[in-house]
Design a binder for this molecule. Structure first.
Ligand code: NAP
Length: 402
């Protein structure tokens, strides 16, 4: 089996691009042409479809469109099949630092596409064996980095231990680059649930030769226990070939999306430098794993991610923790609504308190969310008391300390 490395990646990138371009040309151009032909026969000038400016259809039009739809679906399935075989023909070797709940969860899927090496503080040798991964204790971080031809290192430790972990990793990466050359640094990927913090730490400590992908799979062992299909994967291509992505371009997924390097020079995503192509190829191959598992892929800046998640993920965990503190129990007469409340408590409590604390501490928007929630609670209580004709202060209630 051929293994992926930066050295053979240019050829791989060429073949990969060729297959995709050929497939797209072979399949989509005739489809575009035939769709264009269909549309041109149904232009506003055609009496059959437009009457008084309102589109109408001929008998049989729907049938034709359905056939076209089926043809395109089968083309797409064929392209996916080709993508998968390209991916499997040159599997990545992926290291995972932090082989806890989430690290094991992603390792299970990664082993379908590549070789996986895990490392963590605790001994997870047996679990790694069951999954089909290799295991190295974190006490031998040097061996983890130096003894394996890692294409990618995914850092899946707790948010609170992320900075120390990255700092510990750096000397080994530098040593590897000294011995094997500047392009020997694996792609570093984080999966933290807070993104600006992770991005800042990686940019602060990692050598500039190390490519960086910031990511957040918006699911975990509970919500995606039956597979990743349809679950959201948020990512930012943070740095490739020493070029920092301009976060303002994140919503642009077209071929003109740009990178702004550290000197403020803008580079095209597909520009023709060998190391750029190699870096992009490796990122795309890693992203393809998530695509192949059926994830909904959302490119988004780390900043935007954190703004959204403070009012979605953090508030969910916060409500789960608050409700959990009430000691609520199932009763023989539970409504569906209450069953949902109990489920929320259960899922938020199956994640570690470290995770919850990290969501609070390292998302600059979290305190705003807490303050707004507190205000809303006060407003709703005041409304109830007002309706009852009582004063809007709760007897015995302490003043808010927020
Ligand atoms: P977690 O409590 O956030 O992290 C546990 C992991 O961190 C374990 O691998 C643990 O290693 C490691 N760790 C903790 N303290 C450490 C330290 N001081 N030094 C080195 N390693 C340390 O729980 P998790 O659910 O596994 O999450 C891991 C990461 O994935 C987090 O950054 C989280 O934000 C992200 N994430 C989680 C989910 C989810 O659904 N759980 C979803 C998306 C992203 P040992 O077990 O060896 O002690």
């Amino acid at each position: 089996m051929l293994r992926y490395s930066k050295k053979n990646s240019r050829f791989g990138a060429f073949i990969f691009s060729f297959v995709i371009v050929a497939a797209v040309s072979a399949f989509f151009l005739p489809a575009v042409n035939s769709t264009a032909t269909m549309l041109s026969s149904n232009t506003p000038q055609s009496d059959s479809i437009y009457e008084g400016g309102v589109p109408t259809a001929n008998a049989g039009d729907l049938e034709k469109l359905k056939q076209e739809e089926a043809r395109l679906a089968s083309m797409l399935a064929s392209i996916r099949q080709q993508k998968l075989s390209v991916l499997r023909s040159r599997p990545l070797t992926i290291g995972i630092i932090g082989f806890g709940r989430f690290g094991q969860f992603i390792a299970q899927s990664f082993t379908k596409y590549g070789n996986v090496v895990g490392t963590s503080r605790s001994d997870y040798t047996d679990i790694a064996n069951e999954i089909g991964a290799k295991y190295v204790p974190l006490s031998n971080l040097e061996g983890f980095v130096m003894d394996h031809e890692l294409d990618v290192i995914v850092v899946a430790v707790s948010i609170v231990s992320f900075e120390d972990t990255i700092k510990d990793l750096v000397p080994h990466l530098k040593k590897k680059m000294q011995l094997k050359g500047k392009d020997a640094c694996p792609l570093i990927v984080d999966v933290l649930s807070v993104k600006e913090h992770a991005r800042d730490i990686m940019l602060k400590h990692l050598p500039e030769e190390c490519d960086i992908l910031s990511s957040h799979p918006m699911f975990g062992p509970d919500s995606a226990r039956n597979g990743w299909q349809g679950h959201t994967f948020v990512y930012e291509r943070t740095r490739i070939d020493k070029m920092l992505l301009d976060p303002s371009q994140m919503n642009r997924v077209d071929s003109d999306a740009n990178f702004l390097d550290t000197k403020g020079v803008t580079h095209n995503l597909h520009e023709n430098s060998e190391s750029h192509i190699e870096g992009m190829d490796r990122v795309e191959r890693f992203l393809s794993i998530w695509e192949e598992e059926g994830c909904k892929m959302i490119p988004m800046s780390c900043k935007e991610h954190d703004e959204f998640t403070a009012n979605s993920q953090f508030i969910t965990h916060l409500m789960g923790r608050i409700l959990g503190a009430q000691g609520l129990q199932a009763t023989p007469v539970d409504t569906k609504g209450f069953q949902n409340v109990l489920r929320l408590i259960e899922t938020t409590h199956s994640d570690s308190f470290d995770l919850f604390f990290g969501l609070y501490k390292y998302n600059r928007n979290s305190m705003d969310t807490i303050v707004k929630l507190k205000e809303s609670m006060d407003q709703i209580i005041a409304k109830l008391l007002q309706k009852e004709g009582k004063s809007d202060t709760i007897p015995g209630a302490k003043q808010s300390c927020l």
